[in-house]
Design a binder for this molecule. Structure first.
Ligand SMILES: [Mn+2]
Length: 329
């Protein structure tokens, strides 16, 4: 059976579904889980969205966002299925996963190359822009109605994961899905204004502090910058305000490896985001630090502060540039 239909059959037989996505959730995670939540409600199935952490302010206007819970709130004892979205490993939603009984049925819908296939069904999209685009295909394959609200969530997932149709994961199918979603009632100008031109002045101050740490290495082929918790204190911002910072190092013309380092206060770790182009594979760099992702975009955690993360990541990136034959010291 076609996997979209197989998943629909599993969902139809379930009575109370927990819907979740990855920690430090992004637009694809939020858009995808809300689209699933709204669809389940229309099917008359009990749906509970539980995230590890809060939905960033930017996405809270999305339909259904007010119904999302932060773990452990909203937990029910009658869950009989978990739908995990945009998550390559169960570590990405560790708190939720840890509370599910052993062997609990999970439907895994994701588009990360490094996905570990942890579900009873694993739908891992290859060359798909986003989990949101996969859900669009799911809805169309099963003749489920795409309301304007659902379309708004899916369009958000697609434009955020493709960097507004700029990244290399923008395919003909992606644009066809987006066009269909506009046909379902999305108004791109209105939606993108809410997503991209509603910034608080505090975030600009944070961006300027972070940009002051930007440096290039390896003859301009690597650019790296960081954000510390101290910067957040000074500007009254949080980690959630830094979602698009990763595009900054990569926007320098000569750069093939862009690295953003974000200090995570709770566990004295640094969250590392890597963007590449040319011959260097971001997933391979992240994998050396226990992370993963896609060829062009990947992430990992680093045990240590941003300074030590900077040296470790730059050294690894230099090696990958050399191995790719595009840099010599
Ligand atoms: Mn995604």
């Amino acid at each position: 059976m076609q996997i979209e239909k197989e998943i629909y059959e599993i969902i139809r037989k379930s009575k109370s579904i927990i819907v979740t996505s990855h920690e430090r959730i992004d637009g694809d995670g939020v858009g995808s889980e809300l689209a699933v939540h709204l669809t389940l409600k229309r099917m008359g199935t009990a749906s509970t969205v539980i995230n590890v952490g809060e939905i960033p302010l930017t996405y809270r206007f999305l339909p259904g966002a007010e119904e999302a819970n932060v773990f452990p709130d909203g937990w029910r004892d009658d869950f009989d299925l978990c739908i995990a979205l945009d998550s390559g490993t169960t570590d990405r939603f560790a708190d939720v996963y840890g509370r599910l009984p052993g062997g609990f049925p999970i439907v895994n819908i994701d588009h990360h190359y490094s996905n570990t296939r942890y579900g009873i069904v694993n739908w891992v999209g290859d060359e798909v822009s986003s989990a949101g685009e996969m859900l669009y295909r799911f809805l169309r394959a099963n003749d489920l109605e795409i309301t304007r609200d659902i379309a708004t969530c899916l369009y958000t997932a697609i434009i955020t994961d493709t960097g507004r149709f700029c990244y290399s994961n923008t395919y003909a199918n992606t644009l066809e899905a987006a066009a269909d979603l506009v046909g379902c009632g999305v108004v791109p100008a209105d939606l993108t204004r809410r997503l991209y031109r509603a910034e608080r002045p505090e975030v600009f101050r944070l961006r300027s502090l972070s940009m002051a740490t930007l440096e290039t290495r390896a003859g301009g082929k690597i650019a790296v910058m960081h954000v510390t918790t101290d910067m957040h204190r000074k500007t009254n911002t949080t980690y959630l305000d830094t979602q698009d910072f990763v595009d900054i190092p990569k926007s320098i013309g000569s750069v093939e490896v862009g690295i953003l380092l974000r200090e995570i206060a709770e566990d004295h770790k640094t969250r590392v985001s890597i963007r590449t182009e040319g011959n260097v594979n971001a997933n391979d760099i992240a994998a050396e630090f226990g992370g993963g992702g896609h060829r062009r975009a990947a992430g990992c955690s680093y045990d240590g502060d941003t300074d030590s993360a900077r040296e470790a990541l730059v050294a690894t990136a230099v090696r990958h540039l050399k191995e790719a034959g595009v840099y010599e010291e």
